[in-house]
Design a protein around this ligand. Structure first.
Ligand code: ATP
Ligand code: MG
Length: 362
């Protein structure tokens, strides 16, 4: 959990220090005031990358040589990140330079619900896979090893395919690839069943009109389910040679939950789609905490006021207040402030031109 965050020279924020509460932190301000930039800073700090740009130089305040984000965690562990135009990204935990970015993510499990979270329904399977694998990474100690190994092996196989190597050299990789792929599938399926269970109890609370609905899991492992991965790789070698890459495998997996047997994308309104993604993230947060590896996780919700009416925004706030999650919510309207007045673990920050004009503990 973060108990102090200092941001310097990030976009329109010249210098800003906040002491967030352990529960809900509501960041209110007009368009362009710097709300998303505060969430971006927290995201940078925990994942070493931005959700807005691949080019961090564009996040450095115009005319400045670098930006910095420094945070203190509750266990007094300082985490610092800086990006300079000349030297790039540097990250330190406890004053030690960090060797691997995944070390940072392990320390601070963070989920982001972007303003355009409808991409869960609208885009290809990548976003859905990332959401699922995020949870596995934090819950299942073995998952990261399986996934990294799978990636290395498939890169080797694809490079053999591209270089038109003979069948024997391509198939050299198949046994390992299949073993990692089958294990990833087993872990994903197991995790999805746990998420479905939690989700089925959270979603109807956010969206009472669906309290009688039945949700079921739709899972595609990335290859035809009647066959094992090793058989699929064998059978499709000519196809893969033509394509120049391995088509079937865990990298092609997809999933969703259907509602009364129907794809939610077909029937849900925009607001309901957003509530669906929120319920998924809350389910994941609960599971991560139950896994005993973490005592708290961080949830960033950008632009809660888009697509959601006041009634549903207030329900979300009351559900979030029950979770042991440190939440940062940005909003252009101040309607939620009144819902937080009863909450001892909530803080409201008013942002104007990249600066905090007031931070109120409730
Ligand atoms: N590199 C930069 N240097 C200086 N200012 C920047 C830079 N990049 C972006 N900005 C400005 O920073 C401001 C803050 O943007 P941000 O996205 O955080 O606003 P916001 O409060 O989330 O607004 P909205 O409600 O519209 O989402 C914007 O005015 C933007 O134009
Ligand atoms: Mg914004």
């Amino acid at each position: 959990m973060l108990n102090q965050i200092t941001i310097s020279n990030l976009r329109n924020i010249t210098e800003l220090i906040i002491q967030p509460s352990s529960g809900i932190n509501l960041i209110v301000g007009n368009n362009g005031s710097g709300k998303t930039t505060i969430l971006e800073a927290i995201h940078l700090l925990t994942l070493g990358r931005s959700f807005r740009t691949r080019f961090l130089k564009n996040a450095v305040q115009f005319g400045q040589p670098k930006f910095q984000v420094i945070a203190k965690t509750t266990n007094d562990m300082p985490v610092g990140l800086q990006f300079t135009l000349t030297e790039g990204l540097q990250i330190r935990i406890n004053s030690q330079p960090l060797k691997r970015l995944s070390d940072l993510a392990t320390q601070l499990p963070l989920q982001l619900i972007p303003a355009n979270c409808h991409q869960f329904f609208e885009q290809g399977p990548r976003y859905r896979r990332q959401l699922l694998d995020w949870g596995l990474f934090h819950v299942e100690p073995n998952f990261n090893y399986q996934w990294q190994s799978y990636r290395k092996v498939i890169q080797q196989r694809n490079s053999a395919l591209r270089q038109h190597k003979n069948d024997q050299e391509i198939q050299l990789w198949d046994r390992h690839l299949a073993a990692f792929g089958e294990e990833i599938t087993r872990l994903r399926q197991q995790q999805l069943n746990v998420i479905l269970d939690r989700f089925s109890s959270i979603f109807p609370r956010l969206c009472p009109e669906f309290s009688d609905a039945q949700f079921s899991l739709q899972f595609k492992s990335g290859w035809s389910k009647e066959f094992s991965l090793i058989d699929v790789l064998n059978t499709n070698i000519e196809r893969d040679k033509k394509l120049g890459y391995t088509r079937s495998g865990s990298h092609a997996a997809d999933w969703s939950f259907s509602i009364n047997g129907i794809d939610p994308a077909e029937i849900f309104s925009r607001g309901q789609q957003k509530l669906f993604v929120l319920a998924l993230s809350m389910a994941q947060a609960e599971i991560t905490l139950n896994s005993a590896q973490h005592t708290r996780s961080i949830l960033l919700i950008d632009d809660i006021s888009s697509e959601l009416d006041q009634y549903h925004q207030k329900i979300i706030i009351s559900e979030l207040a029950k979770l042991p999650v440190q939440t940062f919510i940005s909003s252009t309207d101040s309607i939620l402030i009144s819902s937080l007045e009863q909450d001892a673990f909530a803080t409201v920050f008013h942002v104007k031109h990249g600066a905090i004009v007031s931070g109120e503990n409730h």
